[in-house]
Design a protein around this ligand. Structure first.
Ligand SMILES: [Zn+2]
Length: 54
């Protein structure tokens, strides 16, 4: 059985996972949602856990 844990980023505004991270000048990393154009440091992170036994 293989246990796979995958980390995904989710937009707090529209819930899309189409997120790109951008390096900010002084603020560190910020995130940009390509779906709704949300830009900010706050992002939802989720772990997708997938179990395969075949
Ligand atoms: Zn969004």
């Amino acid at each position: 059985m293989i246990h796979i844990s995958k980390k995904i980023k989710r937009c707090p505004k529209c819930g899309s996972t189409d997120i790109v991270s951008e390096a900010g000048m002084m603020t560190g990393y910020k995130y940009h949602c390509r779906k709704c154009d949300y830009v900010g440091a706050l992002i939802l992170e989720e772990y997708l856990e997938k179990e395969t036994d075949k």
